[in-house]
Design a protein around this ligand. Sequence first.
Ligand SMILES: Cc1cc2nc3c(=O)[nH]c(=O)nc-3n(C[C@H](O)[C@H](O)[C@H](O)COP(=O)(O)O)c2cc1C
Length: 270
Amino acid sequence: MSTTLSALLSARYGKNLPHLDFELNSTLETLLSHKSIRHYLDKPLPDGTLELMIAAAQSAASSSNLQLWSVVAVTNSERKQRLSELSNNQSQITQAPLFLVWLADVARLENIMKADNLDPQGLYQLDLFLIAIIDAALAAQNAVIAAESQGLGTVYIGALRNNVTRVSEELQLPEGVFPVFGLCVGYANPEKKIAVKPRLPQEAVLHKEVYQANSQAAAVDSYNNVMREFYEQNKMNVQGNWANHCSERIQNRAINSELQAFLATQFGSK
Ligand SMILES: Cc1cc2nc3c(=O)[nH]c(=O)nc-3n(C[C@H](O)[C@H](O)[C@H](O)COP(=O)(O)O)c2cc1C
């Protein structure tokens, strides 16, 4: 192994790194080295990559083993171009040889129930929608780790929910199927150097026994300093600190009323 656990933790946390006395293994190395890739080589994936990723995805836990998710694999250039246009023109979608759209999918179970003359109404409640979203996210993240373990890069694309109706039309999604996010998969362009992005100190996210709101402010301050250095080192034009940046993103975010309407028609009680 060409690195150490403490080197990986240092990249992930900056000066806030926890000191952990564990042997580094390839699973930890893959997990701790994650970085989103937004520039890809024009190079095909090895045969079987998609199926390997799906096997990893299907190995994730699934609530009650309902398996309320599906995925559409898109490789057609014109379709990727249209999906890119529907996702704020993000060019990584057209660059990557494979674009996966992860779906919360209650339609399959609805069909099973209807075939048994059962009323599928129970599928259309908030809890089931959440289960389907959670299942899709766990499956996708397993697929990401499988791809990264093979030296591939990925980036999630949540922006496709900006145009959820047109994305659903493009992919011919039936009722009861919701596109949760996309995922670009490909070989990272080595000319674009990407650094591992630090995360909040563990004190901000890890609460022992009960939620501890008091430990948050100091941890966020410390993270702001780590991220200021990260922005400088990576020549990122971020105004203010991480906390300001997050707040502004939320304040300036337009309400996605199309999404609300879509969910009401596709996932509302029938
Ligand atoms: C659900 C989800 C949606 C995302 N959507 C986008 C997106 O539309 N475009 C993009 O460039 N990155 C997107 N990302 C990637 C995040 O920006 C990225 O994970 C975050 O900045 C942390 O960087 P890292 O993944 O390199 O550690 C998304 C990530 C998640 C988990």
